[in-house]
Design a protein. Structure first.
Length: 272
């Protein structure tokens, strides 16, 4: 596709990687953020029309999260705006086994758009650039998990699938569950981070209430902290303790390993 592509959330974890790949290929894209030349703001629907003008394909990462109760109404309105603007292809970043996120997915499935849905597992990069980086640097990662293993996925793999779905034919109507190829407990994953970084990093399983308290201490409003703690505990309750073949189906290759992620993160100075 030669048409301009909209990348909503172009400064986020996945969006920035999608944008980098499009730029490296010399493909024209429009960043969709509050500070873009043509701003895009989920909370201001008036910005959507200008952002979508002339766009035929869009990568959509909704902020704060598709599991937020209000997300369904926002995505419903966005889908209508996208159809009215002549958008043809949409790639939605969603979640595995999350009912409210999948209700948002259904809005795309019921639309006239050519849709592809990405359902990644927990990002490896949460240890190197996300919510658990401070824990790594402080020497302890603490999560409200169930003890079940997680098929952590590398964000580079998620971005590769997103770009393929945006720029190639053959991905319309696909739901890609994207995971790594190995199941790791949080203790095992943390140990791999410690080994690669040369740091002493331990792991501690905590309750959702303890996690909420930690978030509040970090500056989260109580309502937001309660929501995030509850959502994380639900995601890590064991229902996602299995690998999937979304990456293999989309790209005909195997996922990057956690060990490779950790080596690369250390080489990039993430844990210095």
């Amino acid at each position: 596709m030669q048409s301009e592509i909209l990348v909503i959330g172009a400064t986020g974890k996945t969006g920035k990687r999608v944008a980098q790949r499009l730029e490296a290929r010399g493909l024209s894209f429009r960043p969709g953020t509050r500070r873009s030349a043509i701003p895009f703001d989920w909370e201001t629907p008036e910005t959507w029309t200008a952002s979508l003008q002339g766009i035929k394909a869009a990568y959509v990462a909704y902020s704060p999260d598709l599991a937020v109760p209000s997300a369904h109404g926002v995505i419903a309105d966005f889908v209508k705006a996208a159809e009215a603007a002549g958008l043809r292809r949409i790639v939605l970043l969603s979640e595995r086994n999350e009912a409210r996120a999948q209700a948002c997915e259904q809005l795309l499935k019921d639309s006239s758009l050519e849709w592809t849905i990405l359902q990644p597992s927990w990002f490896m990069q949460n240890f190197s650039e996300g919510g658990f980086l401070p824990g790594v640097l402080a020497g302890e990662v603490a999560v409200p998990d169930s003890g079940a293993p997680e098929p952590f996925v590398d964000l580079e793999d998620v971005a590769d699938v997103a770009v393929a779905a945006l720029t190639e034919d053959g991905h319309t109507g696909q739901v890609y569950e994207i995971t790594g190829s190995e199941l790791l407990t949080w203790d095992q994953a943390t140990a791999k981070v410690a080994r690669a970084s040369g740091r002493e990093v331990s792991y501690r399983s905590i309750t959702p209430q303890e996690f909420e308290t930690t978030l509040i201490a970090e500056g989260f409003p109580k309502e937001d902290a309660e929501f995030v703690a509850t959502l994380v505990a639900q995601i890590l309750d064991g229902k996602n303790a299995s690998t999937a073949d979304g990456l293999q189906r989309a790209l005909r290759r195997e996922p990057r390993s956690f060990a490779q992620f950790a080596q690369d993160a250390q080489a990039q100075g993430c844990w210095q």
